[in-house]
Ligand binder design. Structure first.
Ligand code: GDP
Length: 302
């Protein structure tokens, strides 16, 4: 990625080129209406829904906007835009809990969303910050999963613990913990099975991993990250809900934000799942992962 332009500059570029450009549509609204009227709110709702914000989140934001507009006694569409930006920033603002070491990141998400790539990017990111990192291939359901993860371990230059296909995922985690302890590893990132069709089985698998971690590695800070694909829009939300029922998710990594002009999905996630987006993926490369910054993001899409 172009270093100077940065993540949000890039998102802005994408949005500018897009038909679904939120900023441009809001601009048009602000210029087309001399004063705030009912239709202004309706059009604004439509723009938000088209940007993947989703109907509930769009309605909520517009309702709040109306209250603020009334309280301020303003009728300026320009001012309404500024208020809306503040409302959305507040909605998205969340603080990642401070990092504590040693740490285990358990990464969940359906196959294809970019889970393996994200693990590689996370490993590279923390390694670049001078932390020792290792990967743990606990998706033993498909041999290819561990192979793919090994490729990313090589790219990031970090070790990986893997067993053979069909091995007990909890046994891989057990070995991972032993290795992390003996090497004094700061961060162990655990890949888990990416299938949801058998929720009960996945839940049992994850619970077993949680139990091993609690028993063998109580000193480690535990985080579960759910990886979601920004390009799947509202459908992805349904899958994510199923994962939230299954795993103790702490935060979201939203991948492929470079592949969608509809940045509003971030707002929809926050609203529908009540779950903060911690990182966003913006490309296929090792460096294409950024911490999510609500203020910069809203400035970029509006
Ligand atoms: P997994 O099955 O969930 O482990 O998914 P993979 O990590 O194998 O990724 C699936 C595809 O998505 C691959 O082609 C990746 O290159 C691609 N991918 C992952 N993250 C991103 C991203 O942030 N942006 C883009 N454009 N592609 C991504």
């Amino acid at each position: 990625m172009d270093e100077k332009k940065g993540l949000f500059g890039m998102i802005r570029d994408r949005l500018t080129r897009s038909r679904e450009n939120v900023a441009q549509r809001v601009d048009e609204l602000v210029h087309n209406y001399k004063a705030i009227e009912d239709e202004f709110y309706e059009d604004l709702s439509d723009v938000l829904v088209m940007a993947d914000v989703g109907i509930p989140a769009a309605e909520k934001a517009v309702k709040q906007l109306k209250e603020h507009v009334k309280a301020e006694r303003t009728d300026s569409p320009e001012r309404a835009r500024a208020i809306l930006k503040d409302i959305l920033k507040d909605e998205l603002r969340n603080t990642r809990p401070p990092l504590k070491w040693p740490m285990v990141m358990l990464v969940v998400g359906v196959n294809g969303v970019g889970k393996t790539t994200t693990i590689g990017k996370l490993a590279a990111r923390f390694k670049a910050a001078q932390h020792s990192v290792m990967l743990c291939a606990a998706d033993t359901f498909r041999a290819a999963a561990a192979d793919q993860l090994s490729i990313w371990a090589d790219r990031a230059g970090v070790p990986i613990i893997r067993h053979t296909e069909g091995a007990d995922p909890a046994a891989v985690v057990f070995d991972g913990i032993a290795s992390a302890k003996s090497h004094g590893t700061d961060l162990m990132i655990v890949d888990t099975a990416g299938r949801l069709h058998n929720k009960k089985q996945l839940m049992e698998e994850l619970n077993k991993i949680y139990r091993i971690l609690a028993r063998e590695y109580p000193q480690a800070d535990m985080r579960t990250l759910l990886v979601m694909d920004a390009t799947t829009g509202q459908n992805g939300l349904q899958q994510a809900k199923a994962f939230l029922d299954t795993a103790k998710v702490n935060g979201i990594v939203l991948t492929k934000l470079d592949g969608t002009a509809k940045g509003g999905i971030v707002i929809a996630i926050q609203q529908a799942l009540g779950m903060p987006v911690w990182y966003v993926g913006v490309g296929e490369g090792l460096d294409d992962l950024e911490p999510f910054d609500a203020d910069a993001f809203i400035e970029a899409i509006f």
